[in-house]
Design a protein around this ligand. Structure first.
Ligand code: ADP
Length: 666
């Protein structure tokens, strides 16, 4: 076995590989781009090597730099993870030439399977059923048109070198084919440098079922059962599970046999996935991926195996840890991919700072594979996946219940996420019945994309309570600092001379503004809400959560504040509100736990104070520039600056703490 390996990847998969290495006592070398200098995967590895600037082609795709890192650090093998160089035959070859083990199949296997056309020819010879189609060498328009005619419409035009759904076009009529061919060629050439196309019968309502295979250098191939990955958006997986639900035993067995035959046909070594579409009782090979798949954890959960450990053992020349007869399925596992993306906006990636990030607690039933921490950036340079949430239980319905609860507990603020969307799929009765298919999201669109509605009374009550309790706390701090803690001016209950005892809070959201009138009561607040009156009280606990009691109903919710914006995270629902209260604007700017935060992303143009300096309320401390406009950060009170976090010229993210500040006597 190796004593040191290099992990040529980033994010959750680099972290996941590092964990197995640590367990096995193998030292690890991380590689990183400038965007990832402080990333989790860098911290998890024993050593880390800088590759270059953020774009992947200048960093994670630089095979030469990675091989240099391996040579300089003495790494004996390279784990490529998935994506980046994991299916790059030239890189696998360069590793061999540099005498470093590539943890993956041979360059020949990568090449053979890297082309969908070539792999279909191979599978045809091995007797594996294919989606009816054309994968020939004649790439003329006439040949492709004739093929489509033969296959029968609708057809799917695919890039042979394709991946990630790129270069794929559904064509319903012959008239649309020429344009689709042209478009697919262009996309394929620019994405993969290869414009070879294939044409397939477009199956109307298939399921995506794939087989995990493993081969060793001693000629043995086994499978670790199937996964269903039918829940997809933009032809890409978002929820995967193992075993596949509602799959007849004879189909399962035939699929396993075909997958193993496929791997054997090319003398496959290492982890691989043979992908099939399944429709009307029949399955058809579509492609083989010659790497560890994103969704491998569901297989690990039902087999109790660590596939990265298997990869390492096989790469080191050891035989497979178990025989086919030793392998069995226990229970059911489901994985949901948590993405920084906007489901309502066509699932486009959302970038930004993870201002608040709290995954559910891990345990025997819940696993969170992630590569990000609070305050990390989801950048435009890489895949916007935040985490893979994986659950396991004895049967599918129990696992599904675990998934729903874990999704509800997953808290992310700062970027748009698909968490609520995933929750909607997990709660959908058709998904509960295992009626999965690649068109699931389209079919159930009406249920999965609910219209946004105005905040209801329950949400408004929580928002108002949070604002009031935080003000109370702040007033308490100010009173303590003022030297006259008993002054009536510090009582945060709206008490004013000649004032009646109430005030109004106005909240704004996408659907308009709503007012809450607050009447102060000795034990809490009476809230006049649009739909009636409620009695609210509670406290902010040590973790910053709101422990609320509204009309005697107690529960804990998380309210993330930034300035006047509130995000209320309540059992998987995210509600965004803005406090629209001019009088309160100044008082409610949350100084971020004793610090002053950037009100927007920008650049520091001037730093006017140093740590330790005493300042008067209103003194300018720092000047930021954003979108050609200057913004001055001023002292919120008399006091002193304890720390300055940035220098002139630094870029700051929205909400970044700029200076730590201590109010006089505070
Ligand atoms: P990529 O390698 O770009 O991810 P795949 O060939 O693996 O492309 O296909 C991705 C997804 O596209 C499949 O899981 C399936 O949902 C859909 N798909 C692919 N081929 C067909 C087909 N012939 N008919 C219907 N859907 C298909």
């Amino acid at each position: 076995m190796f004593s040191k390996i290099l992990i040529a990847n980033r994010g959750e998969i680099a972290c996941r590989v590092a964990r197995t290495c640590r367990r096995l006592g193998i030292a690890t070398v991380a590689v990183y781009s400038d965007a990832d200098a402080d990333a989790m995967h860098v911290d998890l590895c024993d050593e880390a090597w800088r590759l270059g600037p953020p774009p992947a082609r200048d960093s994670y795709l630089r095979g030469d730099a990675i091989l240099e890192a391996a040579a300089r650090t003495g790494a004996q093998a390279i784990h490529p993870g998935y994506g980046f160089l994991s299916e790059n035959a030239a890189f696998a070859r360069a590793c061999a030439e540099a005498d470093v083990v590539f943890i993956g199949p041979t360059p020949e296997a990568i090449e053979a399977m890297g082309s969908k056309s070539e792999s279909k020819r191979l599978m045809e010879r091995a007797g594996v059923p294919l989606v009816p189609g054309y994968h020939g060498a004649d790439q003329s328009d006439a040949a492709l048109l004739a093929a489509a005619e033969n296959i029968g419409y609708p057809v799917l035009v695919k890039a042979s070198a394709g991946g990630g759904g790129k270069g794929m076009r559904v064509v319903n009529t012959p008239a649309d084919l020429p344009a689709a061919i042209e478009g697919a060629r262009r996309e394929a050439a620019s994405a993969f440098g290869d414009d070879t196309l294939l044409v397939e019968k477009f199956l109307g309502a298939p399921r995506h079922v794939e087989l995990q295979v493993f081969g060793d250098t001693h000629g043995t191939v086994v499978h670790l059962f199937e996964r269903d990955c039918s829940i997809q958006r933009r032809h890409q997986k978002v929820i995967e599970e193992a075993p596949a639900p509602n799959l007849p035993a004879e189909v399962r067995a035939a699929l396993a046999q075909a997958g193993v035959a496929a791997a054997q046909a090319i003398g496959y070594v290492g982890a691989g996935t043979v992908e099939f579409l399944y429709q009307d009782g029949r399955f058809y090979f579509i492609e083989m991926n010659t790497r560890l798949q994103v969704e491998h954890p569901v297989t690990e959960m039902i087999t109790g195996q660590d596939l990265v450990e298997w990869q390492l053992r096989v790469a080191a020349g050891e035989p497979l840890p178990l025989t086919q007869a030793d392998l069995s399925v226990s229970g059911h596992a489901i994985e949901a991919r948590v993405y920084a993306e906007d489901p309502a906006g066509g699932f486009l990636p959302s970038i930004g700072t993870l201002r608040h990030l709290r995954p559910p607690t891990e345990g025997p039933h819940v696993r969170v594979d992630t590569g990000v921490r609070p305050k990390d950036e989801v950048s435009m340079h890489y895949d916007p996946m935040i985490a893979k949430l994986v659950v396991w239980d004895a049967d599918r319905l129990s696992a599904l219940r675990r998934l729903r609860t874990a999704l509800e507990r997953y808290q992310v603020v700062g970027v748009a996420t698909n968490l609520e969307f995933l929750g909607g799929v997990a709660a959908h009765p058709a998904f509960g019945r295992g009626e999965v298919g690649t068109r699931f999201i389209d079919t159930h669109e009406a249920d999965l994309f609910p219209e946004t509605t105005a905040a209801d009374d329950g949400v408004l009550a929580l928002a108002a309570l949070d604002v009031l309790l935080r003000r109370q706390r702040q007033a308490g701090t100010l009173a303590a600092a003022s030297g006259d803690p008993h002054s009536p001016w510090h009582v945060p209950n709206g008490w004013r001379l000649n004032d009646d005892n109430h005030q109004t809070l106005v909240f704004r959201d996408e659907s308009g503004t709503q007012a809450v009138t607050v009447h102060y009561r000795p034990t809490g607040y009476r809230l006049d809400l649009p739909g009636g009156t409620r009695l609210a009280r509670g406290e902010i606990d040590a973790s910053g959560d709101l422990v609320s009691d509204i009309d005697g109903f107690r529960r804990r919710v998380t309210v993330v504040r930034q300035g006047l914006d509130l995000v209320i995270l309540d059992r998987g629902r995210h509600h965004r509100l803005t406090l629209d209260d001019p009088a309160a604007r100044a008082a409610d700017r949350d100084p971020g736990a004793g610090g002053l935060v950037a009100p927007m992303p920008g650049k520091v143009t001037r730093v006017l104070v140093e740590a330790g300096q005493t300042v008067d309320k209103g003194d300018p401390l720092m000047v930021l520039e954003a979108m050609k406009m200057e913004h001055t950060i001023t002292a919120p009170a008399d006091g002193s600056v304890t720390t300055v976090h940035f220098e002139t010229g630094d870029q700051v993210a929205d909400g970044a703490p700029l200076l730590d500040f201590e109010a006089k006597g505070g």
